[in-house]
Design a protein around this ligand. Structure first.
Ligand code: ZN
Length: 219
């Protein structure tokens, strides 16, 4: 490979889909947080295909490991089907992120976005069963019935439950300059600012310290 080609095709940093911090407070927000540094040139996409999608599904415990193994094996020889599921998942993630960002900025959410989310959820529910687990009934998806619904059903359920039952004012977008992560603020005083203090909070502290040093030098 010559030097030019190396420059044109820089190596992507490895996806962190299987190890991302799950700090969204709700599955739906954790799902939107599979892209880092949204809106900046440093944007990093962690979902890069069906394989990385499944790494996140297993990491976020959307399905037990045995079901994840089934889904992977079932689609191993069907790259086009796997790709379609991946594309649907990313489309759903962007829809939920757009809704969440509007909530975080206290803007009205367009009715057509809510309609798309509820239509997707209705379709997912068509593949779910109600089962008793730990003393109450919950929706359960089995990838043997429908793999896409088993991945996305719990996500659309989380997003709609948030919209219908939670305090919408507690949805936040991280104050980090190059972050874009969403979270549900469960703090008592309702004043959480960062996805993670040790990441975005510290970065902001370092930036503020540098700014102070610069101002001190210039004065
Ligand atoms: Zn952040």
């Amino acid at each position: 490979m010559n030097a030019d080609r190396r420059i044109k095709a820089p190596l992507l940093p490895p996806s962190r889909a299987g190890s991302l911090d799950l700090v969204g407070g709700e599955l739906a927000w954790d799902f939107t947080n599979t892209t880092s540094a949204r809106g900046s040139p440093a944007r990093q996409e962690h979902l890069r295909g069906f394989d990385t999608l499944m790494q996140w599904v297993e990491h976020a415990r959307i399905m037990p490991p045995a079901d994840c193994a089934y889904a992977r094996a079932a689609l191993a020889g069907h790259p086009r089907r796997a790709q379609r599921i991946f594309e649907r998942a990313v489309e759903m993630r962007e829809l939920i992120w757009t809704i969440g960002t509007a909530l975080a900025e206290q803007r009205p959410v367009a009715a057509k976005l809510i309609a798309s989310l509820s239509a997707a959820h209705a379709a997912n529910l068509g593949h779910a069963e109600i089962k008793m687990r730990l003393g109450s009934y919950i929706w359960v998806w089995d990838p043997r019935r429908d793999i896409a619904a088993a991945i996305l059903g719990p996500v659309t359920l989380s997003a709609l439950t948030l919209l219908m039952e939670k305090d919408l004012l507690r949805t936040r977008r991280c104050a980090g300059q190059e972050c874009g992560w969403l979270f549900f603020d469960t703090t008592k005083n309702n004043r959480r600012r960062w996805c993670e203090m040790r990441v975005c909070g510290n970065r902001a502290k370092v930036r503020a310290a540098r700014q102070r040093q610069r101002l001190a030098r210039e004065s």
